[in-house]
Design a protein around this ligand. Structure first.
Ligand code: TYC
Length: 101
């Protein structure tokens, strides 16, 4: 039946979609005991373009829970942002860690 043949093609297409790598990945900030809260807020504003309120909220969330999602970005942009966080943090001798999943 034409209707069933059509739905079979849709199913194969959907399966292919599911097997594809996701277009965006999570950038996650990790807590530590040494980086100052002010520095983390500045990083979130500078690298991730958060406003001060949002940056403060994300920073406190990471501080309390140990880690938190900063945002979703295409893989290369996510990696670049994580590298920028590490470069600026190391320059200021903070151990701040940012990972991409
Ligand atoms: N825990 C740090 C402090 O108390 C603050 C902090 C928050 C550090 C978030 C890292 O990703 C971080 N100074």
């Amino acid at each position: 039946m034409a209707v069933l043949a059509g739905s079979g093609a849709d199913t194969a297409e959907k399966k292919r979609e599911k097997l594809k790598e996701p277009d965006e990945c999570r950038v996650i900030l990790l807590n530590d005991d040494y980086t100052t809260m002010e520095f983390v807020v500045e990083i979130l504003m500078l690298i991730f373009h958060k406003n001060e309120e949002e940056a403060g909220r994300i920073m406190m969330d990471v501080h309390r829970k140990g880690k938190g999602v900063v945002g979703m970005y295409p893989w290369d942009i996510a990696r670049t942002k994580a590298n920028q966080v590490h470069a600026i943090a190391r320059k200021h001798e903070y151990p701040l860690m940012c990972i991409v999943e």
